[in-house]
Write a protein that binds this ligand. Structure first.
Ligand code: AMP
Length: 189
């Protein structure tokens, strides 16, 4: 059966970094909705233009748009053995949609590793990233909105997956390789 891993963690927890490392090690593609939206913005597609209005405010792109984009990605041949989902789902509606999609592929989520980082450390990291990468949504006001959206819409997913017995917490304040080793253990079980 294909391996579907949902990587959870607040903005700045290191999901993207770890998802890429897992991709290299396990050979499962990283499917990061934020990256897919940024790719569409860069190429000025209709989807990109629509997404920009939400992303620049730190709000979620509407579920129907996001789910359709994820579906289009998951049916690509390189995703047949499974994927590392990074930044999706971000609310319960998306989580239910994901279950529907995986049911189409006669599959289910294997595990939901949660990279935990304290609030103070997250804000520090995001402001630092803003200086280095210059992402248009890494300014202080947008960061605050993204944190709020995360707390209100995404955090409830932790309970959702805990109740399903899928959530495994990893301490995200260790060095990158230590976090990675622990994630590998969680995903390989
Ligand atoms: P990220 O790179 O994961 O931090 O995502 C950057 C932005 O893309 C978010 O602040 C949202 O505006 C949008 N985005 C990414 N993933 C999703 C998602 N699953 N649902 C809705 N919007 C998303």
């Amino acid at each position: 059966m294909a391996t579907y891993v949902v990587l959870m963690g607040a903005p700045g927890a290191g999901k993207g970094t770890q998802a890429k490392k897992l991709e290299n090690k396990l050979g499962l593609p990283q499917v990061a909705t934020g990256d897919l939206f940024r790719y569409n913005q860069k190429h000025e597609t209709e989807l990109g233009k629509l997404a920009r209005t939400y992303i620049d405010k730190g709000q979620l792109v509407p579920d129907n748009v996001t789910v359709a984009m994820v579906r289009a990605r998951l049916i690509q041949p390189d995703c047949a053995q499974g994927v590392i989902l990074d930044g999706f789902p971000r609310n319960t509606n998306q989580a239910e949609a994901l279950e529907g999609l995986l049911a189409e592929f006669h599959s289910t989520i294997k595990v939901v590793p949660y990279i935990h980082v304290s609030q103070d450390e997250l804000v520090k990291r995001l402001l630092k990233r803003a200086e280095i990468e210059g992402r248009s949504d890494d300014n202080e006001e947008t960061i605050r909105t993204r944190m709020k959206v995360y707390a209100e819409q995404t955090q409830p997913l932790l309970d959702y997956y805990q109740d399903k017995g899928l959530l495994v917490e990893v301490n995200g304040e260790q060095d990158i390789d230590k976090v990675f080793q622990q994630l590998l253990e969680v995903v390989s079980k």
